[in-house]
Write a protein that binds this ligand. Sequence first.
Ligand code: ATP
Ligand code: MG
Ligand code: FE
Length: 339
Amino acid sequence: MRVLGIETSCDETGVAVYDAHRGLLAHRLHSQVALHAPYGGIVPELASRDHIRRLTPLIHATLDDAGLTLSQLDGIAYTAGPGLIGALLVGASVGHSLAWSLGRPVVAVHHLEGHLLAPLLESPALTPPFLALLISGGHTLLVEVRELGRYRILGESIDDAVGEAFDKVAKMLGLGYPGGPALEKLARAGDPARFRFPRPMTERPGLDFSFSGLKTCVMNTLAKTAATDQDKADIARAFQEAVADTLAIKCRRALRQTGLKTLVAAGGVCANQTIRQRLQTVAETEGARLFLPRPEFCTDNGAMIAFAGCLRLQAGQREGLAIQARARWSLEALAPIRS
Ligand code: ATP
Ligand code: MG
Ligand code: FE
């Protein structure tokens, strides 16, 4: 089965073709970073309009890369949520129209299930049960995956998502949008011994997170310095260390609590090398295996949607003509993927 995946939930237009037997055949991404950069954040209406402009040419280019024509597709998968509603509607409308005109089945994919299953794209040996850490621009979740499609949220952020904290701190340090990659780069020049920020909510039991206090810490610390390039690098380093440590502590706790021996981490923030290394250390000391997507499949992409959609289509999941787009959608509301 060959599935076309369409991702338009936020500021990236992603398209991919996944083949159930041969794996990923082609994938392309158009990032809107340059479009939104002058505004310091994503402008939803501009995002929707750009998806409209980019999506169809991107689908044709991806099919060309794969050496396929539209009629050689067996199904279509599109991101139905959560995300920006206008942006989601673009992918949903195009996905449904294509499926209808080709007479092929279509399936709505949960964006976070896409992120969460992205490590399976390149590691077919990875099977549930496993513990998943999902750290992205809008979410921070610890999820117990007993079975594909059946997700139990063990912990989440009570305020900012990790990626959001990276973006806001980057803004304070005068770095551009999106801030995560820029902050990581700046932190490399930072002195790890100069500042130490708290590891929020690690002192008390539980698996929830909080990152807004760290943001305030950064603001107060920055105000006490002359805000030189070195000051900023030192602060970036301390912030990244605090986040990496906090995530590691909670993952270790969740592994022990659940008795699971496999840790999967996904979402845009997993592109961060310090965080990847820290999670690797946790896995080693806990005798667990760690699975991470390669960095380009950590952030938004069409490949993860084509893959998750293919699993659901293979399991017989089909949709009617009604277009689905949901700004909010709980992972726990999904049906298990059983063939
Ligand atoms: P969600 O998936 O929750 O709907 P999203 O799709 O916007 O949100 P992703 O595309 O998964 O999120 O990830 C984007 C986030 O990842 C941004 O907040 C960005 O700053 C962060 N990020 C990307 N690369 C890095 C990095 N190297 N270090 C830290 N953060 C990073
Ligand atoms: Mg993005
Ligand atoms: Fe995402």
